[in-house]
Structures are given as C-alpha cells and as structure tokens.
Design a protein around this ligand. Structure first.
Ligand code: ADP
Ligand code: MG
Length: 358
C-alpha cells in the first residue's frame, strides 16, 4: 500500500523567542507544504528521495549515523523506534513547495509529513501532539537543532482560517479565528534571503541570557515573571532580554483576544511592537529585516515584524488588500536602493495542518 501525507510550513504571527521560556506563541500553518509518499519495501533499509537526490540508511539508525537532509527522515524513524515502534523497510518520496531555510519551517513540514505518513502506514494511531513530539525529537536529538515545540505543533494542528494559540509549558492549544480574506486583509511574507552567520551562537546566547534572568528572579523560566519584577535583574542586558520575553507573551495574549473578538484589522500595533522588542531588547534583527518592516509600514501596512529566529529569513506585514501593491513596491524599491537582491513577497493563507492526500 502507498500512503501520501502533506504537512505545511508555518509562520509565527506573534510570540517570538518565547517558546523555550515556556511562553505562549501564535503561529499558523501555511498552504505551502511538504508531501511524503511512503511505501514498504523488502529489507531493512529506508530509501528517501527529494529534489532529485536519493539517500538510504538502515532502519536501525541512531543519532550521528545520517547527516544532511536525510537526517530529518532518519530522525523520525529513530524517534519512532525509541517509542518501541517496529519500523519496516521503507521507500519515502518527498516533494515540497515550502521555501527551505527561510524560517518558514520546511524542516518541521518534512518531519511532520513523514511522521504522519508512517503513523498511517503502520496503523499507530498516535495523536497529532505525539506526532509533533516525534518530529521535534528527530530535529532536536537526531539532527541536533535545538528548537522548541512550536513548528511541529503548528504543522500538525493548524486549521484553515485560524491561528494556533500554543502554550509551550504544557503543549495545550486553542484555535483562534484568523480569517484574513473575510476582513479584506493580506498577510504578506517578505523573504529577505538574508542569512547571517551568527544564528546558532546567538540563539544559544539568548537562551542562556533568559535562563540567567529567570534564575535571578528565583524562577525556572520567564513565563511567570511580571514586568514589575524586572528591575530586580541587575545585569542590563539580561534585563532587556527578559523585558522582551515578558512583553512578548503579553502581546500574544492581546493579539489572541483581539482575534477572538473578530477584529484582525486591529492587531497591527502589537505586531510592530514585537518587532521593536526583538530589534532593541532581544537584538536578533538585522538590516534586511528592519528595512522590510520600515518600508512596509511607510507604505501603509497596519503592522509588521520579523518572524522566525532572526538574523535573516522573513518579515511579515499585515496589509489591507488595496495596499498590497504599494507595500510590495516600497519594499522592493528599498532593497534596490540598498543594492540587495529583490525580496520574495507572497501572501500567506492560514491553512490546515498535516492531512492525508488521496
Ligand atoms: P527552515 O525550517 O526554516 O526551512 P531549517 O534549517 O530548520 O530551515 O531546515 C532546512 C533543512 O531541512 C534543509 O537544509 C534540509 O536539510 C531540510 N529540508 C527541508 N525541506 C526539505 C525537502 N523538501 N527535501 C529535503 N530536505 C529538506
Ligand atoms: Mg526549521
């Protein structure tokens, strides 16, 4: 039998750099997705194909054995075996239209598509949250990328016309209405193509800054810190990091409440405040992201922010449908003036999470 499953990339609407502090995040699943076609094959090998490349590895794999893109697949097989699943030989064909390495989580789309397809083929009947956890383990413990739970949860659990409010402390979720087209709104994703080299080190530094700040307040994470507590953090840098985390969690709650009230047009101020916080307090932005945000706002965007880990990748801008051409034009003109390669700009549609494709 052949099973075919698709799992999407995601955009973080708001809630950046708070997942590893047990915070609240509000991503949504994109229409761009990765499809995994899975078939059993004789023998103890897994053969994977993607983008004209083929790779294979033994089913009994362990971290370090497979590197490169196939590690994302090997990681899922490994994580399933860690859960005592008896995985047979497999043939896995991948196809994707999620931009790779742009902060839209092509990696989670890949891991979740494979995990969901294997769940179906092997009749495991695991929950979407369990499958997200398996795809996350693949990425954390096999590939070695220290990510939070958000990407895989959004890819598994997204619903069309909704964003997913995720509490990273206990992985509880709630669907929040986010119907852009009904409101005459477009959420533009602006792929800057920028990729600065300090990402990995800076990510680890920010995590440890937050841990130190939380410890100074006698807390295990900043989730339960209040703005009024922050003056007790003596180190000025750690205080600013905490200021971002605490204020960002509050902004996620505000945006969720505004969306619950059916007023997506009114979330712009929170998006833009998130950008300033990431730029000035958390210091994870870069010129290309700042330029995209500033140009979008100057051309009439209701709000704009960097999205993803920072130092490159994508910005998002909430724009009235009528203003889309002006925003696109202004961003590209700004990039042209700086001598940068044109950005890729596309409209994001809140879409459903992993699903079977027949
Ligand atoms: P992002 O998740 O933001 O796109 P990552 O660096 O986390 O960026 O993941 C990108 C990596 O995931 C790629 O370098 C590749 O190894 C793997 N990957 C993602 N999508 C595919 C695909 N369709 N085929 C093969 N590898 C993929
Ligand atoms: Mg990724």
């Amino acid at each position: 039998m052949t099973v075919r499953w698709a799992a999407p990339g995601r955009v973080t609407l708001i809630g950046e750099h708070v997942d590893y502090q047990d915070g609240l995040v509000l991503p949504f699943a994109l229409s761009q997705r990765t499809t995994a076609v899975v078939e059993r094959r004789a023998g103890g090998e897994v053969v994977v194909r993607s983008r004209g490349q083929e790779n294979s590895f033994p089913v009994a794999t362990s971290p370090g054995a497979v590197e490169g893109w196939a590690a994302y697949v090997a990681g899922v097989v490994w994580a399933l075996r860690e859960y005592r699943v008896d995985v047979p030989g497999l043939s896995i064909d991948l196809d994707s239209d999620v931009p790779v390495g742009a902060g839209l989580s092509s990696s989670a789309a890949l891991g979740c598509a494979v995990a969901a397809a294997l769940d179906d083929e092997l009749r495991l009947e695991l929950s979407p949250t369990a499958l997200a956890t398996i795809a996350r383990r693949a990425e954390n413990d096999y590939v070695g990328a220290p990510t939070g739970a958000m990407d895989q949860m959004a890819s598994m659990l997204g619903e069309s016309g909704h964003a997913l409010l995720l509490d990273c402390r206990d992985l509880s979720t709630r669907q929040v209405p986010f119907d852009l087209s009904a409101a005459g709104l477009t959420l533009l994703v602006i792929d800057t193509h920028a990729e600065h080299s300090n990402v990995g080190g800076a990510y680890a530094d920010r995590r440890s800054d937050c841990e130190t700040a939380a410890a100074g307040l006698g807390l295990s994470t900043l989730r339960d810190a209040r703005l009024a507590d922050l003056p007790r953090i003596t180190d000025a840098v750690h205080r600013r990091r905490a200021q971002h985390v605490v204020s960002e969690i509050a902004r996620v709650q505000e945006v969720a409440a505004i969306l619950d009230a059916g007023r997506p047009v009114d979330i712009g101020a929170q998006l833009s405040a998130s950008h300033l916080s990431l730029r000035d307090d958390f210091e994870v932005s870069c010129d290309e992201l700042d330029e995209a945000v500033d140009a979008a706002l100057a051309a009439g965007a209701l709000g704009a922010r960097m999205t993803g880990g920072g130092f490159g990748g994508c910005a998002i801008a909430l724009v009235r449908d009528n203003d889309v051409p002006a925003v696109e034009q202004r961003v590209q003109a700004a990039y042209d003036r700086r001598g940068w390669r044109a950005a890729d700009i596309f409209a994001a549609t809140p879409s459903r999470g992993a699903h079977r494709v027949d």
